[in-house]
Write a protein that binds this ligand. Structure first.
Ligand SMILES: Nc1ncnc2c1ncn2[C@@H]1O[C@H](COP(=O)(O)OP(=O)(O)OP(=O)(O)O)[C@@H](O)[C@H]1O
Ligand SMILES: [Mg+2]
Length: 234
């Protein structure tokens, strides 16, 4: 579904991502894990068209997308849930969700999509008129993911889902990802919480200082010396 080859990304001509290659297959949950500043968010910005590659290729559903603008990529089925959620605090749950549906063409499709998202997240339906800013951290993260779902994505890319959440909430939000995945949506997850992300993913990539250092299935990575030493304190 997604193939990234020798990708180089940076800001103002200064590279921070070097020679990164990765693949995401249809219906997988794949995670990219790494510490603060490793370049995880930068990779997602590159994939979703917010940052143009300095070198390398990004292929999505068989099409090279290096120069495709972000809004077009949303239409093509890529959704990006950004770090820090970026909700509209004063707006209601429903209004925030509808913001995510701007690429859908007609009102009927939008309504269908809203119903489907409410089925996945009944908690949001119960509170559809509540202002987003009054939600707890975990609920806000659910809302951000649900908003990503409102563009009917094929590939949902989520940046730092666990940020600021208590462990029990991390599990809850991760569980909702499993549900999303079970209805056929491919998930690319970017996380600092290495153990949790790898446990929930099918496969993962470890990023250090802008370079991929190791990749494999979750079992392989959790058992690897690099991961154990650098992230699991073993
Ligand atoms: N807008 C920007 N302008 C210049 N440099 C940036 C910008 N955003 C990020 N960087 C730099 O790029 C590098 C990678 O940052 P990035 O935000 O991608 O890391 P990250 O892995 O997402 O970190 P975190 O876990 O803290 O979110 C860092 O050195 C950072 O300072
Ligand atoms: Mg980040």
């Amino acid at each position: 579904m997604l193939k990234v080859e020798n990708l180089k990304l940076g800001y103002d001509g200064v590279p921070v991502i070097f020679d990164v290659s990765l693949e995401v297959h249809e219906k997988e949950i794949v995670s990219i894990v790494g510490s603060n500043g490793a370049g995880k968010s930068t990779i997602l910005r590159g994939l979703s068209g917010l940052l143009k590659p300095m070198a390398g290729t990004i292929t999505y559903m068989g099409q090279k997308i290096n120069q495709v603008p972000a809004h077009k990529l949303v239409e093509m089925g890529m959704a990006h849930v950004p770090e820090g959620r970026q909700l509209f605090g004063k707006l209601s749950v429903k209004e925030n969700l509808m913001m995510g549906a701007y690429v859908l063409k007609d009102e009927v499709t939008k309504k269908d999509c809203l119903e489907q998202v409410f089925e996945l997240f009944p908690r949001l339906k119960e509170r559809e008129n509540q202002a987003a800013e009054t939600f707890s951290g975990g609920e806000q993260q659910m809302l951000a993911i649900a908003r990503g779902m409102m563009s009917r994505p094929k590939l949902l890319m989520i940046d730092e889902m666990s940020l600021g959440l208590a462990p029990v909430l991390v599990d809850k939000v991760m569980d909702s990802l499993k549900v999303i995945n079970s209805i056929g949506i491919t998930v690319l997850l970017v996380e600092q919480k290495v153990q949790e992300a790898l446990e929930y993913a099918d496969r993962g990539y470890v990023l250090q200082n802008g370079r991929m250092v190791i990749s494999g299935t979750n079992e392989e990575l959790l058992a690897s010396d690099i991961v154990k030493k650098a992230y699991l304190g073993m």
